[in-house]
Design a protein around this ligand. Structure first.
Ligand SMILES: Nc1ncnc2c1ncn2[C@@H]1O[C@H](COP(=O)(O)OP(=O)(O)OP(=O)(O)O)[C@@H](O)[C@H]1O
Ligand SMILES: [Mg+2]
Length: 371
């Protein structure tokens, strides 16, 4: 599966751009602030319907454009048995995503048509940042790998919103406790599904990333991941009914605190996972180099898992990542990439990248245009 043609209109600093991409490695090169990352972001929109830089689609419209401007990103995708066109069109208030001319009424219908593994310098946030950054990582991967996961997440989020609205209402305590019991019953099923997916995924990711890490970091310390779920660190049950019952019990126990605070304090929306190197928490004790290597190992592991879960080879989007590594690690990292995967890589130094990767097509980017 690969993107064979991309066309963009009125997206960030790109007034108009077209390119026919190669099946293998495509390089976007140019000086800083020319539009290389904007091109990768446009490709990411075709795959997920979203940006990896902002939650506000309107930020991607050209700053000084008229208020009725529509950004249009169009991609022609080739799969072994078919070919289709995805179009993302956005103005300042709305977004429409279509496949072969038919509007997709939810982004869930877009996900899985193409998959991507994205490497950006911002990934370090996953190692260094708050639990929210790690949950976003888990959820973005989960949704691409398994459609059911997206469904359970959406269902859980919807009930959580209703539960929180109830907790903030002025209902008297006895009635509220009764209503909460009903919501908790409803929430238990998606909560258990989310837990079971995350637990399995983190375990598989840890196994794959652990092997890769030693090569990149050039060290014998082991990289490991530990799921810190709402059930506690040590819960090991893989039985759906058991997990549901434990969830309901936790909700029952935290009910009075929830009512006092007007918020839901326990559940998968508070989950996290710990990244350890040599047994120590990488967020607290890891050096910059160790944290970068850990992140790259996670992304490389993701490529393997993506293939295993979906049967499709993902497209790789690599934004400026190699400039983050020293030369030895850069070469090792690039040697681990499979040149048969369609790759879009950005950089300011074309020669270095061409020396280390079998680049098939090079596009020079200048002032929002492809030269
Ligand atoms: N909504 C927007 N409208 C117009 N221009 C924008 C918009 N958003 C970003 N830009 C501009 O687009 C330009 C290119 O940004 P981009 O992030 O793609 O640069 P880049 O080529 O990846 O540079 P670097 O090598 O520094 O990463 C920047 O000057 C940025 O300020
Ligand atoms: Mg950039």
């Amino acid at each position: 599966m690969h993107l064979i043609h991309l066309s963009i209109r009125d997206f960030r600093n790109i007034a108009h751009a077209e390119l026919a991409s190669a099946k293998g490695v495509n390089l976007f090169w140019g000086a800083n602030a020319q539009g290389k990352t904007n091109l990768l972001e446009a490709i990411y929109y075709l795959i997920t319907g979203r940006s990896f830089r902002t939650r506000q689609d309107r930020e991607t419209l050209p700053w000084d454009s008229p208020s009725d401007t529509v950004a249009i990103i169009r991609g022609l995708v080739k799969r072994p048995e078919s070919q289709y066109e995805i179009v993302v069109a956005m103005n300042r208030t709305q977004k429409n995503v279509s496949c072969n001319g038919k509007t997709l009424f939810s982004l869930g219908l877009l996900w899985g048509k193409m998959n991507a593994v994205l490497f950006t310098p911002g990934d370090l946030e996953i190692v260094q940042g708050s639990p929210g950054a790690r949950r976003r990582f888990l959820d973005m991967e989960g949704c691409q790998m398994d459609h059911n996961y997206l469904y359970h997440l959406q269902r859980y989020a919807q009930i959580l919103r209703q539960r929180n609205a109830l907790l903030k209402s002025s209902m008297d305590d006895t009635d509220m406790a009764e209503s909460l019991e009903v919501w908790d019953e409803e929430m238990a099923s998606p909560a258990a599904e989310i837990y079971l997916f995350r637990r399995k995924f983190i375990k598989e990711l840890a196994a794959a990333a652990g092997q890769i890490y030693n090569g990149i970091a050039d060290s014998s310390e082991s990289l490991d991941l530990g799921y810190e779920s709402f059930l506690g660190k040590n819960e090991t049950s893989a039985n759906r009914e058991v997990v549901e019952a434990l969830f309901k019990e936790i909700m029952r126990r935290s009910r009075s605190e929830d009512m006092y605070r007007g918020n839901t304090n326990a559940g998968p929306h508070r989950d996290d996972f710990r990244i350890t190197i040599g047994g120590q928490d990488a967020r607290i004790y890891g050096s910059q180099g160790q944290q970068r290597s850990a992140m790259i190992a996670l992304r490389l592991a993701e490529i393997n898992l993506m293939k295993a879960y979906t049967g499709l080879t993902p497209i790789l989007l690599l934004d400026d990542i190699v400039s983050e590594l020293d030369e030895k690690r850069r070469l090792h990292f690039l040697s681990l990439l499979d040149p048969n995967l369609q790759t879009f890589i950005t950089g300011t130094d074309a020669d270095t990248l061409r020396g280390a990767l079998p680049v098939e097509k090079t596009f020079q980017i200048c002032n929002g245009r492809i030269l």
